[in-house]
Ligand binder design. Sequence first.
Ligand code: TTP
Length: 191
Amino acid sequence: MTIRLFLASQSPRRRELLGQIGVGFEVVDVDVPERREPGESPQDYVSRVAREKAGAGLLQLGAVPDALVLGADTEVVLDDEVFGKPADAADAAAMLRRLSGRAHRVVSTVWLVSAGREEHATSLSTVEFMPLDEAAIAAYVASGEAFGRAGAYAIQGRAGRFVRHLEGSYSGVMGLPLYETGELLRRFGAG
Ligand SMILES: Cc1cn([C@H]2C[C@H](O)[C@@H](COP(=O)(O)OP(=O)(O)OP(=O)(O)O)O2)c(=O)[nH]c1=O
């Protein structure tokens, strides 16, 4: 029987990125709470959430035979603090102020989960921002691009001009590391 790949995500970026590598897939909508447990490291947190998304997708599909579910999570990390999606404009501006003129990490983990097997891979990137003044931060927040994005920015959008240096994976920063995803899919015979 052929494997059916499902992307457990509501993120349009992840659909676009998975489509980019020419893999056929369907989408299953999941809604997993994203809350870091006390004492949980940023990487453990990202991995747990990504795994929970994939697990929730598999559960939701129930009786689909040979379903393989991909779950992913991406967070921005600065000084061991995790910056998820901003709650509002003030939160977005506060995150950008903290990211201004320094380097931060972006952690992206992908889990592939099927009825009898699960595997994961993590991509770690370092992104260095130019210094941002209050006017630049206000204009960026007003553009609306900060919302729904970890760390209140989108490298693939206007914030591309803030990025002085990137080490790691551009697709990983955007939400789905394509090298790691491709290798995982190959191991499952799904791409
Ligand atoms: C840092 C960064 C993040 N992002 C996005 C990718 C993710 O969609 C989002 C991080 O939030 P996630 O919780 O990883 O994903 P999500 O809630 O958008 O989607 P789902 O859980 O349904 O899969 O931030 C960008 O688009 N560009 C960037 O440069």
